[in-house]
Design a protein around this ligand. Structure first.
Ligand code: ADP
Ligand code: MG
Length: 332
């Protein structure tokens, strides 16, 4: 059972809300208004290496939720912060909170609550640091957007560049050598992601569907296609990547760019007639936005321009290689 089968099987309950499980944000109608809600966890040794700079953790823990708000075209409003810490280290807390506050102020997203607890030692080992952020944003009722609205013939766009964060992970795991300058460049993409909040808002009324790329392009495009009930053609050579990435071996590039994750760029659908609007937005926000394919009635993903494309590439899945249930637990 993978992560998404698990969610679908046990937690995708009927809710009656406008949009719920299976999208970047839940959309909840409140009278005249609709709000977007999203929740993300960062867990030590799972989402970040032990010893990671607490400032980057403070930034990233909020940025990943802002990225989900961006996918929904929501303007950040406020968030709650849940922390489980092995100890109360003032230096760690000062750096963590200052970086989180800097991003919160920049995005006008107020911290309005949370929960703080000590994570227990287990088997003599220090408990893991766990950071949970639940963010709330405001959407424009006229331009509601999720993963499901793409139409056949729509263009497929992505902003920024993909893969550098995954390259940094590979480097930190000792899988490849990088110069200190290259390691710093891709490490920045991993540690200090920028949520595309202004782009997400600018795409109101232009994007027919969107998702933020957090688990890898192939995986997140898969979610967009499944929710929209469509297939797509992807022009592999057009998928944007950094000059650093272009210097990497082809196989590694493919793995990082198509299946890497932690990019936090927006992947979205827009009508072909809206190409000028997308390009004007890219120019006004000084963000690279690249046309990488199109949506089709034919289901499945057709990857063009890469005869050596590794069809087994998948994105990040928290339970992909996990064992089954403990004995005695029924599989429903
Ligand atoms: P994202 O990468 O955008 O944060 P995820 O891949 O983590 O989204 O989650 C996929 C979908 O499943 C989202 O809609 C999320 O809200 C939902 N989801 C994840 N875990 C649970 C859970 N335990 N209960 C209900 N919904 C969940
Ligand atoms: Mg998301």
């Amino acid at each position: 059972m993978n992560e998404f089968e698990l969610i679908a099987r046990y937690f995708d309950w009927p809710s009656g809300e406008r949009q719920g499980v299976g999208d970047d944000c839940a959309l909840i109608d409140l009278g005249e208004r609709t709000i977007a809600i999203t929740s993300d966890l960062l867990i030590e040794d799972r989402h970040f290496f032990p010893g990671t700079d607490p400032a980057s953790l403070g930034h990233k823990a909020l940025a990943v939720s802002l990225s989900d708000l961006a996918a929904a075209g929501a303007r950040p409003r406020c968030f709650v912060l849940s922390l489980a810490l092995a100890c109360a280290d003032p230096d760690w807390l000062r750096s963590f909170s200052a970086a989180m506050q800097a991003l919160a102020q920049r995005q006008a997203c107020a911290l309005v609550g949370g929960d703080t607890t000590r994570s227990p030692d287990i088997g003599g080992a220090r408990g893991a640091t766990t950071i949970g952020v639940t963010a709330i944003g405001e959407v424009d009722r006229r331009f509601l957007r999720g993963r499901a609205g793409a139409g056949a013939g729509d263009d497929l766009w992505v902003c920024g560049e993909l893969g550098d964060a995954a390259l940094a992970v590979a480097h930190r795991r000792g899988e490849l050598e990088l110069s200190p300058a290259d390691a710093r460049d891709c490490g920045r993409r991993l540690d200090w992601p920028e949520a595309r909040v202004e782009l997400g808002i600018g795409l109101r009324g232009i994007a027919t569907a969107a998702i933020d790329v957090s688990d890898g392009l192939i995986a997140d495009l898969g979610h967009l296609l499944a929710r929209s009930g469509l297939g797509a053609v992807l022009n592999a050579p057009d998928v944007p990547r950094s000059t650093l990435m272009r210097r990497m071996p082809a196989r590694l590039q493919q793995r990082c760019v198509f299946a890497g994750g932690d990019d936090y760029e927006l992947l979205f659908a827009a009508r072909a007639s809206d190409r000028p609007a997308v390009m004007a937005l890219a120019q006004s926000l000084c963000i690279a936005i690249t046309l990488i394919g199109s949506f089709t009635y034919d289901l499945g993903l057709k990857v063009l321009g890469a005869p050596d494309f590794d069809a087994t590439l998948r994105g990040y899945d928290h339970f992909a290689d996990a064992a089954g249930p403990p004995s005695g637990e029924p599989t429903r």
